[in-house]
Design a protein around this ligand. Structure first.
Ligand code: ZN
Length: 353
């Protein structure tokens, strides 16, 4: 009994942390720190017919994306079948329903962009045992975590279950030629959002899918898009900008992105960096100690970090309000995530070159 209630609490925390709620609970009480949050910026969302619950749209030359407003999947039609990139479980039955709107062909290949269940947890819904492709790093991660046992089974917070394991893996780069379509899979060489994020590049159509890094029209998701490595988070954006593309499929929310929106994301991160650097240099640590005292060291440091993060986020919010949605919601969280990087390494990185 005790185990069940602990599991329930952990699941609730996970749902809150991810911001993804997939079941209605009338008892739940929503806490909001932002009752006066800023309005969304025009153009940061695309309308979705609520009676359908999803949108499917051609990006270019029979390459489509489908979205439920929170997650995105990409479908690449070839002459011999469909290549699906990811399988967000939030779309559920709408994964196949949306596909049916555009073709009767089967999914022959599935590409996993990274090992997180909220993006690939619906992969078992694709019938007929498609070939499943990902990077060696993502495959390794999945072999470790893709379990049905344990405190929280893989993907439980999104109603998922273990996903089919990859049947084909690559290191650094793989070129696929499927039914007349050229698809290039790449990794940037370091951990970024996950241990090894896969970039899907269609050179002829000039489309890139890079997931959980940039949220076009929005600031990054909390804690800087949960990036595992900040240098890697910057590097992957630089890496992608070297490719010849003009449409970004970001994996999240309703809209697609542009090269300029990746630049904008880098500029926002730069502003957090320079804001923190400035705040660290101008905040008198001794004044914080004088107020909080030194007996509770955790509290003393928390107060110091809080002062620095608030100074930074208020400056960044002022610059970006009206330009990016959510700037008032998670700039503080993003600044907090960056504090150790700025404190522990050179304060003027990253430069965006
Ligand atoms: Zn992720």
């Amino acid at each position: 009994m005790k185990k069940i209630s602990t599991l329930k609490i952990l699941l609730m925390i996970t749902i809150l942390v991810t911001g993804c709620i997939f079941s209605a609970d009338a008892q739940i009480e929503i806490r909001s720190n932002h009752p006066q949050s800023l309005p969304l910026v025009d153009g940061s969302t695309v309308a979705i017919d609520p009676s359908k619950g999803y949108l499917i749209k051609e990006i270019k030359d029979k390459v489509y994306y489908a979205t439920d407003g929170i997650y995105q999947v990409m479908f690449i039609l070839t002459s011999t079948g469909v290549v699906a990139v990811d399988a967000p479980p939030s779309l559920g039955g709408n994964l196949l329903k949306s596909l049916k709107e555009i073709t009767d062909m089967n999914v022959t290949h599935v590409i996993y962009t990274h090992p997180h269940p909220d993006h690939i947890g619906g992969a078992a819904l694709y019938p007929g045992n498609p070939v499943i492709i990902t990077s060696e790093g993502t495959a390794k991660d999945l072999r470790r975590h893709n379990l049905s046992e344990g405190m929280i089974p893989f993907g439980a917070y999104v109603g998922g279950k273990p996903v089919p394991l990859p049947t084909k893996t690559f290191s650094k780069k793989m070129e696929l030629n499927i039914g007349g379509r050229k698809i290039v899979l790449l990794t940037s060489g370091s951990a970024a959002h996950s241990g090894e994020d896969v970039i899907v590049f269609l050179p002829k159509e000039k489309i890139v899918m890079m997931v959980d890094i940039v949220f076009p029209g929005w600031i990054p998701f909390e804690q800087l898009a949960y990036c595992q490595d900040l240098d890697g988070y910057i590097d992957i954006q630089r890496f992608v900008l070297k490719l010849d593309f003009d449409v970004l499929v970001p994996g999240h929310y309703s809209k697609l992105g542009t090269r300029e929106e990746i630049d904008q994301n880098m500029e926002y991160v730069d502003d957090l960096y320079s804001g923190l650097s400035d705040a660290i240099q101008k905040t008198d640590f001794a004044s914080v100690v004088a107020k909080t005292g030194m007996a509770n060291i955790h509290l003393m440091m928390e107060d110091y970090f809080d002062v620095i993060a608030r100074k930074t986020s208020s400056k960044v919010e002022e610059k970006w309000k009206g330009k990016l949605s959510g700037v008032d919601v998670w700039s503080y969280s993003n600044a907090r995530k960056l504090i150790p990087y700025v404190r522990e390494s050179a304060a003027d990185v990253p430069k965006r070159q």
